[in-house]
Design a protein around this ligand. Structure first.
Ligand code: NAD
Ligand code: TYD
Length: 359
């Protein structure tokens, strides 16, 4: 048996693939085919721990490449597709939305078309077992006021950034392919993740990396925007659980009930760095905090109501914010080589070398 993962060289996808291949939840002999375009966010170094592993096949390509996707279905006959592939950074979507429409909307559409054709070719037993799991975000629900209840699965879609609008569009397509063509889909809408292999353009890794480099820690606006943080391994366990037991056609919100204002996150990261790797001058890293101009259209608050996945599927996160953030800061301190290669861009040179040899 095989599963097809898209975007498995990015932050969450690589954590998912590593856990799947190295964890004890892997069904005997079940392999992963990992299709990734290797944009700036895709990094094969993330997959080094499973280099050469029999249960992992990496394929360099685009979810929108219909001929390639079709050939992968024919060759590997996956029992499930887990779609992580996306452009994922809000600030980049503000500067240049086109790639977001291309991958998140058009790419997902092409992928769905090939899934539909493949699904139609399966016998009844295989159709019964097949799942398409679409990995989405809480940002599709828009922004909450400080006293509003957290997002449930029934919350209306009110995306505010080009990123969240493109994710909302893909969620709608996935939903339509279930209702119209009977595709056995599952959708997860998760809150902000953090943990190992997080690209240092996002808040938490950027703060760790900048602090270590003696740079400013740029906090947008007043720093009082609230995000709901989940350790990436807990997101991965939720996806495995939904894949295993989720009801076909359903949406599951995923979160850890960990709402925090950005400034509190940044201060916590600084305090952990003060403890684990103090500045030479004995001062706190918090001195490097610098309030900068706000993000246009900045959503004020996200919060996930995770009652449904807890109640129906018995899923709960293993980490609290405190245990997860400590592990994360420690991981970045222990993986300076990974950080250096990302910052210098040399992870991309290595890719080119690798792929020019492979053709
Ligand atoms: P990421 O940007 O770190 O990784 C995205 C991966 O997708 C990269 O490896 C990239 O090369 C690949 N990719 C991009 N376009 C592609 C294409 N056309 N074809 C094939 N591969 C392509 O993103 P992430 O943070 O790991 O997010 C993964 C998914 O989870 C996304 O769909 C995102 O919307 C969703 N999500 C992210 C968060 C979060 O906090 N990061 C929270 C909830 C949901
Ligand atoms: P980010 O990690 O980009 O995730 P998202 O925008 O998808 O929630 O940002 C998290 C929060 O941190 C968001 O409110 C924007 C803020 N932020 C900063 O204050 N400074 C920064 O340098 C970055 C990247 C984000």
């Amino acid at each position: 048996m095989t599963i097809l993962v898209t975007g498995g060289a990015g932050f969450i996808g690589s954590n998912f693939v590593l856990d799947w291949v190295l964890g004890d939840h892997l069904q005997e002999g079940e392999a992963v085919v990992n299709l990734d375009k290797l944009t700036y966010a895709g990094n094969l170094e993330n997959l080094k721990p499973i280099e050469g592993h029999d249960a992992h096949t990496f394929v360099h390509g685009d979810i929108g490449d219909r001929a390639l996707v079709k050939s992968l279905f024919e060759q590997y006959k996956p029992r499930a597709v887990i779609n992580f592939a996306a452009e994922s950074h809000v600030d980049r979507s503000i500067h240049g939305p086109e790639d977001f429409i291309e991958t998140n909307v058009v790419g997902t559409f092409h992928l769905l078309e090939e899934v539909r054709a493949y699904f139609a070719s399966l016998g009844a037993l295989d159709q019964n077992a097949f799942r398409f799991l679409h990995v989405s975000t809480d940002e599709v629900y828009g922004s909450l006021g400080s006293d509003d209840p957290a997002f449930t699965e029934g919350h209306r879609y009110e995306p505010n950034s080009p990123y969240s609008a493109s994710k909302a569009a893909s969620d709608h397509l996935v939903r339509a392919y279930h209702h119209t063509y009977g595709l056995p889909i599952l959708t997860t809408n998760c809150s902000n993740n953090y943990g190992p292999y997080h690209f240092p353009e996002k808040l938490i890794p950027l703060m760790i990396v900048n602090a270590q480099a003696g740079k400013n820690l740029p906090v947008y606006g007043d720093g009082q925007q609230v995000r709901d943080w989940l350790y990436v391994k807990d997101h991965c366990s939720a996806i495995r659980r939904v894949l295993e037991a989720g009801r076909v056609g359903e949406v599951y919100n995923v979160g850890g009930w960990n709402e925090k204002p950005n400034i509190e996150i940044v201060r916590r990261v600084c305090a952990l760095l003060d403890e684990m790797n103090p500045r030479a001058d004995g001062k706190s890293y918090a001195q490097q905090i610098n309030f900068v101009t706000d993000r246009p259209g900045h959503d004020r608050r996200y919060a996930i109501d995770a009652s449904k996945i807890e109640r129906e599927l018995g899923w709960k996160p293993a980490e609290t914010f405190e245990t997860g953030i400590r592990k994360t800061v420690a991981w970045y301190l222990e993986h300076r080589g990974w950080v250096d290669n990302v910052l210098s861009g040399s992870y991309r040179d290595w890719l080119e070398k690798n792929y020019s040899v492979r053709g």
